[in-house]
Ligand binder design. Structure first.
Ligand code: NAP
Length: 248
């Protein structure tokens, strides 16, 4: 029996990278899982792999988190399929990096739509069930870039900083119903997202990390699992950096 046995968790962006590690970690603690990605095939494959390894119930769902109406439909379907919703991890995220001088309007809009409005959409759809149940654990995945800023990422940094303000406001709105809202701000984590950076940039970034290594998706997943557990009952509105000391 794990700490989350019998609970139901929704993880967005769970087909790979950090979201997939989060889903696996929650499953290790016994949570049944709804894994969201943009394509049904990859969401199903991720769910099947987790179900096989851990024996929890896991199902894949395809939706673009920036689509308000479709997210509402999918979250309703998840609640109908599983009968409850205890944990929501808003992890889906994208980058479209450029200096402001070169940034196109579409690059700004796309990043804000997925990273910030995507979390709003999922929370609008999921919070009613948590309010009724007088229980919920919400973890939003931001970035240390949302705290410090980063040249070439003004759209991404704005989306992640926005997620911090959104989370703190929501933490205040939901606290009296035993629903916590916290933020994880990862540093430099080895995934497809960072693999897109030039090798020299990756190496330069790693030398700045006090712990001397890039983070692994599992480093983030362990912190999410704690904040999603009953053990974190008295922690809300917090931003926890999982960054090997990079942003302190
Ligand atoms: P990743 O490897 O690129 O994976 C992104 C995930 O998000 C995939 O599962 C993808 O699904 C999903 N996704 C993208 N757009 C979506 C949309 N519109 N609707 C639904 N799902 C969507 O990214 P990652 O590195 O694991 O990052 C995960 C989160 O951590 C992001 O929010 C990112 O900003 C944050 N973060 C990452 C780092 C890092 O160093 N990697 C650092 C700080 C913060 P598909 O497979 O269907 O495309």
């Amino acid at each position: 029996m794990g700490a989350l046995t019998g609970q139901v968790a929704v993880v967005t962006g769970a087909t790979r990278g950090i979201g997939n590690a989060i889903a696996r970690r929650l499953a290790d603690e016994g949570a049944n899982l709804a894994l969201i990605g943009t394509r049904q095939e990859t969401a199903d494959a991720a769910a099947a792999a987790i179900a096989q390894d851990t024996k929890v119930q896991a199902k894949g769902y395809a939706v673009d988190v920036s689509d308000f109406a479709k997210v509402n439909e999918v979250i309703s379907r998840i609640i109908a399929d599983f009968g409850r919703l205890d944990i929501l991890v808003n992890n889906a995220g994208i980058t479209k990096d450029n200096l402001l001088m070169r940034m196109r309007e579409e690059e700004w809009d796309a990043v804000l739509a997925v990273n910030l409005k995507g979390a709003f959409n999922c929370l609008k759809a999921a919070s009613r069930t948590m309010l009724k149940a007088h229980y919920g654990r919400i973890v939003n995945i931001a970035s240390i870039v949302g705290l410090s800023g980063n040249a070439g990422q003004c759209n991404y940094a704005a989306s992640k900083a926005g997620l911090v303000g959104f989370s703190k406001s929501l933490a205040r709105e939901l606290a009296s119903r035993d629903i916590t809202v916290n933020v994880i701000a990862p540093g430099f984590i080895d995934t497809d997202m960072t693999a897109a950076l030039p090798q020299a940039t990756r190496e330069a970034l790693c030398t700045q990390i006090p712990m001397g290594r890039c983070g692994k998706p599992e480093d983030v997943a362990n912190a999410v699992c704690f904040l999603a557990s009953p053990a974190a009952a008295y922690i809300t509105g917090q931003v926890l950096c999982v960054d090997g000391g990079l942003a302190m």
